[in-house]
Design a protein around this ligand. Structure first.
Ligand code: SAH
Length: 366
């Protein structure tokens, strides 16, 4: 049985997923060499296999024409070749943002988002099907956690979108459904595979991992020697207010989370980004801006303001446009580096987890 602690930091989904068959796309090159040798093949076959899966983004073993037919048959018997079935794509008419709904091999659905910026294509991926963190304003958590995603299932979101788009994806944000640090081992493996030389070789600096503030996970990630950006979903500048929005804040208090962020910055040299969902009449006053500026200034953080996305089941309301602008100006006057997150794809079930949710409720079923 897993201890609470292990579950929390690692949430090892190979165990949690309940899927038994070996998942070849989640193996590192080193593990693949071992696996290939055990099947009686030369180790260099592992490089070929790895390149087919992670660089050429093959749809299945049959495409791997430089491997013998016999070997491909053995691979089919021994391993699951994880892929995602595309269920639906919605394209925003206003900014070209695309939302993808994918079905996993056990029938669960997840969503991913493609955002097209001047600097490149950015994909926002889900790390879990559902979420158990319970943040009050978030649609992803309403049905609870179904299961954590395997590394291959996180990778495939990027791979499928790359295939469909026919263009390189340069940036990945782990900001879709789920809490990445509640699926720690799989997240780290995913990051390794996504950035390694024989795969898509994304720059670590172009990857952002967003967390609601699981302290042991933040500290562990700081030790991994990765240069990925950490985004902390702060949303309120006092412990009391944060607790009202985020149950996790009761477990890991604000001071403890900020200390973990400081540690992350010291270890990696990467500036933290604070995510702050602006809710009218709750966290958008001058006093809120002042307190937020103090926290952000102290840690040299960047602040990303997200006007709260209305979710049907929740009563949170966005501040008016001019109040959002005022809040930003106040932070800037305190010397804080701040951006307002472009509300991409609002016309297509924009808020986190809403497309998946409406699909599961049957609204979008044919
Ligand atoms: N679990 C991670 C990542 C997923 S959520 C985390 O908490 O950071 C990605 C970001 O969107 C988080 O900052 C989250 O708090 C925010 N978010 C979720 N629902 C939202 C909504 N309805 N309006 C605005 N931001 C929301």
């Amino acid at each position: 049985m897993e201890t609470g602690n292990r579950n929390e930091k690692n949430g090892n989904a190979i165990e949690n997923t309940g899927i038994q068959r070996a998942d070849i796309k989640s193996l590192t090159l080193k593990e693949l060499r071992q696996a290939v040798t055990e099947l009686g093949e030369k180790p260099f076959r592992a490089e070929q296999l790895f390149s087919w899966m992670h660089e050429k983004l093959a749809d299945g073993f049959d495409e791997m024409t430089n491997l013998s037919k016999g070997f491909r048959e053995t691979l089919k018997q021994e391993y699951e070749y994880v892929s995602l079935e595309l269920v639906e794509v919605q394209t925003s008419k206003t900014d070209g943002t695309r939302k993808f709904l994918f079905r996993l091999s056990d029938g669960l659905v997840i969503e991913s988002v493609l955002m097209r910026y001047k600097y490149g294509n950015s994909v926002c991926i889900s790390s879990q099907a559902g979420c158990r963190m319970g943040c009050r304003f978030c649609a992803s958590t309403i049905g609870g956690l179904e299961r954590s995603l395997r590394p291959s299932e996180m990778l495939e979101q990027v791979y499928q979108i790359t295939r469909l788009l026919g263009e390189r994806v340069s940036h990945v944000v782990v900001m879709g459904t789920g809490e990445p640090l509640d699926n720690y081992d799989n997240l780290v493996r995913f990051l390794g595979l996504l950035t390694c030389k024989g795969g898509l070789h994304l720059s670590q600096r172009n990857i952002t991992v967003s967390t609601c503030g699981i302290v042991p996970g933040i500290r562990a990630l700081a030790e991994e020697g990765l240069a990925v950006t950490l985004a902390l979903s702060l949303h309120a500048a006092t412990q009391e207010k944060r607790c009202e929005l985020m149950p996790i804040a009761r477990r890991y208090g604000l001071l403890e989370v900020l200390e973990a962020c400081r540690y992350y910055f010291q270890k990696t040299g990467r500036r933290i980004s604070f995510e702050y969902s602006l809710v009218a009449g709750f966290n958008d006053t001058g006093e809120d801006a002042k307190l937020l500026a103090e926290l952000a200034g102290d840690l040299k953080c960047h602040v990303n303001l997200i006007p709260v996305n209305p979710v049907r089941e929740r009563a949170f309301v966005q501040p008016e446009q001019k109040n959002i602008g005022n809040f930003k100006n106040k932070l800037e006057n305190y010397g804080i580096n701040v951006t307002i997150r472009r509300e991409m794809g609002r016309d297509i079930d924009g808020a986190c987890g809403q497309l998946r949710k409406s699909y599961m409720e049957g609204r979008n079923q044919c």
